[in-house]
Write a protein that binds this ligand. Structure first.
Ligand SMILES: Cc1cc2nc3c(=O)[nH]c(=O)nc-3n(C[C@H](O)[C@H](O)[C@H](O)COP(=O)(O)O)c2cc1C
Length: 325
């Protein structure tokens, strides 16, 4: 796939997840074959107010692979100005992504995130402002849901407005805002959006295996898949998905040693990046994901929740090995 002259490698795209997809997490997924990774979302409005924390969320001096930054907002002019500030502050990125899917009340109450799905014209205006701000050479993508609720399945209309105003690709999480994260994903609604536009569309929602990725592509006709939660604690999912997309044999599953080494190095990088004090609370939830399918679930959950310092990670890993004996 090509976006504005940029060659996109074959593979699943790692979905943005606020509070989880920090640089350490993104680097890990990219190293295991994610086609690109996306920052946590940042507020366009906060950026125009000079908020340093928002810029910190986006800044990645040494991204691994292609890197997208995601902004949310409800005002086209503010979005355009925020993008201008990213350039002034030297925030480097390959792809600019607009959030039209976040269901959190603190975001939708300001008209942003999935609330935009109620106003397809405004979605188009957001894309137009972003396109003017990023210029003609930078890929511009949109991450959306299939609508606001069952009475407002606006995905097709929103996608058309986005395409018409300069979006290069749309990623669709196959649920309405009302559905939050409740299964199942509506593959037919994703397929209808894919059919309605000529730009590439990524299908997103509940993909946890390579077979699941292929099935999603078959059911929706989409050009690629975006994967979020399924890759947490299992970055090798991107290797399996890439192999499946290429028609290559499936790689061997990771050994316990490889899993624990990845966990340790991810948390080490988190501590390096933001300091132990800020990193360790987030490390607890990252660590939980590496415990999937292991024996001793209760003991391992307890050990994860007790991570306070980096050295506790080695104690956790000892507990993991003891529980598997
Ligand atoms: C904790 C969490 C945080 C999320 N944060 C974002 C976000 O910042 N921006 C966004 O577009 N989507 C966000 N999402 C949605 C995911 O990108 C994705 O669409 C959703 O999790 C469904 O895909 P999955 O089943 O592969 O995880 C978030 C999801 C979760 C669970």
């Amino acid at each position: 796939m090509q976006l504005r002259g940029k060659t996109i490698p074959v593979g699943g795209v790692f979905a943005p997840m606020a509070g989880l997809t920090d640089a350490a997490c993104r680097h890990l997924m990219a190293d295991h074959g994610a086609a690109w990774t996306v920052s946590e979302m940042a507020s366009a409005k906060a950026i125009t107010f000079g908020d340093k924390k928002s810029l910190t969320l986006l800044r990645d001096p040494h991204p691994h692979g292609l890197y997208a930054v995601q902004l949310f907002g409800a005002d086209p002019d503010t979005l355009g100005r925020a993008i201008g500030i990213l350039a002034e502050k030297g925030i480097r990125y390959d792809i600019l992504d607009i959030n039209m899917g976040c269901p959190a009340p603190k975001i939708t109450s300001s008209g942003a995130g999935s609330k935009l799905m109620l106003d397809p014209f405004l979605c188009g205006q957001m894309v137009k402002a972003a396109r003017e701000a990023v210029g003609p050479d930078t890929p511009l993508t949109v991450k959306m849901r299939i609508g606001w609720d069952a009475d407002h399945l606006t995905g097709v209309e929103v996608a058309r407005w986005c395409e018409e105003n300069g979006a290069d690709l749309i990623a669709v999480h196959g649920r309405t805002r009302e559905q939050m994260y409740i299964p199942p994903v509506d593959v037919e609604a994703i397929a209808a959006i894919k059919k309605a536009v000529s730009i590439p569309v990524l299908a997103n929602g509940d993909i946890t295996t390579a077979e699941g990725a292929l099935q999603m592509l078959e059911q929706t006709g989409c050009d690629g898949v975006m994967i979020g939660r399924g890759a947490l604690g299992d970055p090798w999912l991107f290797e399996r998905v890439r192999a499946a997309l290429l028609g290559d044999p499936q790689p061997a599953l990771p050994t316990l040693n490889q899993r624990m080494a990845a966990l340790r190095s991810q948390i080490y990088e988190m501590c390096e990046e933001k300091g132990e004090w800020a990193a360790m609370p987030q490390a607890r939830s990252q660590a939980m994901h590496y415990m999937k399918g292991l024996r001793g679930a209760a003991a391992l959950r307890r050990a994860c929740s007790m991570l306070e310092h980096f050295e506790d990670v080695d104690r956790l890993i000892d507990t993991v090995y003891r529980c598997q004996e």
